[in-house]
Design a protein around this ligand. Structure first.
Ligand code: NAD
Length: 500
């Protein structure tokens, strides 16, 4: 049995807790590895290692830190196929999608390579007579990242490249469902020349996480995962004086206006709803056609497209499938349970993925693409995040009704509007209570040099991930106001209160 342990001080270290979690290949249902779950003591040792490494890493010139990241970028590119196959084997997503994930992560590394420019700070001369003021963006110390199963490469890469570039050390606690890729990234960082202890990986569960949230040596916590855990992370780590960014779950709606290019909208919807088996925080899970006629046309085209959706293993000879299995058997059962809940609550099940015949499925955790119509707010399949290949059509009578339905929802991660009307699009962008908005773009994930984050219960904390917010999150601003007395140029005695 393949053993996945921890990565501390630049090498693999065996866990001592004797607690393990199984790791599966979702395409076959076979257990492929077991991952060690760190004890509280082991986690504290990792923090001690990161704290020791901070003393020298934080003093290194940003230029030298950035050169290590340039080398890391080249190594990730060189190993992109290997990383993508690793992701697909543990997560289940199709190979091309896994490669896309690696690329999106790499873009954050590219952004972080610019840290000498990004961390320059501010300077004002003569804020008073002979007085200058400047701000420095100093690293925080030991930072921790806790990531979800659905992007085992990209989400860690939203966090650590910027944290490290800013001069922090970092402890990664990956999802226990697919931990191999973050471990491989740790090896590549060492190969790129990162000093030992600057990036440590602690595998584990709540026991390890709770130490990261409460130990006073950890300065900041970045989290991505489900909303109940995000809320817990935010409350606990903030109560222990840390800065926190905790990204949670989502229910993303796509409004289709009567004037939209329907072929374009349907093709966008298919990828956004069923890509990665719907296990994306930016997946579209609710289509909101405006008007009955739009709804009928949209539904007919979706049914047509669903018949052609290729579902199967993530790694195959020849062209990729469109969609792979779900991550675990437990999650498969949960998604099937939601499909049943939709039927029980009176939604119209148009295409039932539970009945799909899937080539090569074996004992893998497969369910086919599913489509519901006449879904209304209040039904669980509308209010809750399913995180599977289940698309709901929730019909709206008007633009205002569509906006109200979305604004009333507890989540506010991403959304999109498909229309040819600039005024409708503009109104939508202004009124919608969601953090990331696409206009004729189904999954509006901001690029690495912008910041990523939702609103409402999709994000706890003021700062989003990566981009300018990422640099702000991983640095502490110190503002210096300085005045140099004339010193040897002029002798003066001052006995009165100095004023600017
Ligand atoms: P999860 O919340 O179950 O787990 C996330 C992380 O938290 C894992 O590392 C896990 O080990 C840890 N964890 C789980 N339970 C814990 C507990 N009780 N105490 C402390 N730590 C705990 O999430 P998941 O199932 O791995 O990922 C899917 C979720 O992540 C979805 O809700 C999805 O929307 C969300 N997500 C959000 C974004 C975003 O940007 N908003 C991005 C990706 C995924």
């Amino acid at each position: 049995m393949n053993q996945i342990q921890h990565y501390l001080n630049g090498r693999h270290v065996d866990g001592r807790s004797e607690r393990f979690a199984p790791v599966y290949n979702p395409a076959t249902g076979e257990q492929s590895a077991q991952v060690a779950l760190a004890s509280a003591d082991e986690t504290r040792e990792a923090i001690a290692s990161s704290e020791a490494a901070f003393a020298t890493w934080s003093k290194l010139s940003p230029l030298k830190r950035s050169r290590i990241l340039f080398t890391f970028k080249a190594l990730v590119e060189e190993h992109a196929d290997e990383l993508a196959a690793m992701i697909s084997r543990e997560h289940g997503k199709v190979f091309s999608d896994a490669k896309g994930e690696v690329t999106r992560g790499l873009e954050v590394v590219e952004f972080a390579c610019g840290i000498p420019h990004l961390q320059k700070g501010e300077h004002s001369m003569n804020v008073g007579t002979g007085v200058d003021s400047y701000s420095m963006m100093q690293p925080l110390g030991v930072c921790a990242g806790i990531s979800p199963f659905n992007f085992p490469a990209m989400v860690p890469m939203w966090m650590f490249p910027i944290a490290l570039a800013c001069g922090n050390t970092f402890i990664m606690k990956p999802s226990e469902k697919d931990p191999s890729t973050p471990m491989r990234l740790a090896e590549l960082l060492s190969e790129a020349g990162l000093p030992d202890g600057v990036f440590n990986v602690v595998n584990g569960d709540k026991e390890a996480v709770d130490v990261l949230l409460t130990d006073e040596r950890v300065q900041a916590v970045s989290f991505v995962g489900s909303t109940p855990i995000a809320e817990y992370i935010y409350a606990t780590a903030s109560a222990h004086g840390k800065r926190v960014q905790a990204l949670g779950g989502a229910k993303n709606h796509m409004v289709v206006m009567p004037d939209a290019d329907l072929d374009q909208a349907v093709s966008a919807l298919m990828g956004a709803a069923y890509g990665s088996a719907g296990e994306r925080c930016m997946a579209i899970s609710v289509a909101v056609p405006v008007g009955e006629e739009t709804a009928e046309r949209l539904r007919a085209k979706l049914v047509e497209q669903l018949e052609q959706l290729r579902v199967g293993p993530g790694i195959v000879e020849g062209p990729d499938n469109d969609m792979g299995p779900l991550v675990t058997r437990e999650h498969l059962e949960k998604v099937k349970g939601y499909i049943q809940a939709g039927v029980d609550e009176g939604a119209e099940l148009v295409v039932d993925g539970r009945e799909a015949v899937i080539d090569g499925a074996g004992d893998g955790y497969f369910v086919g693409g599913t489509l519901f119509d006449r879904v209304t707010p209040g039904m669980r399949i509308h209010s809750e995040e399913i995180f599977g290949p289940v698309l709901a059509i929730a019909r709206a009578a008007s633009f205002d009704d569509a906006v109200a339905m979305i604004n009333d929802h507890e989540y506010g991660n991403g959304t999109a509007i498909f229309t040819r009307d600039g005024d409708a699009a503009r109104q939508y962008c202004e009124q919608i209570q969601v953090g990331m908005v696409g206009v004729n773009v189904p999954i509006p994930v901001p690029m690495a040099f912008h910041s990523f984050g939702g609103w409402k219960r999709s994000l706890f904390g003021p700062l989003h991930m990566h981009g300018p917010d990422g640099v702000r999150f991983y640095t502490r601003m110190k503002t210096i106001t300085q005045r140099w007395p004339s010193g040897i140029r002029e002798e003066t005695n001052h006995f009165t209160m100095p004023t600017l």
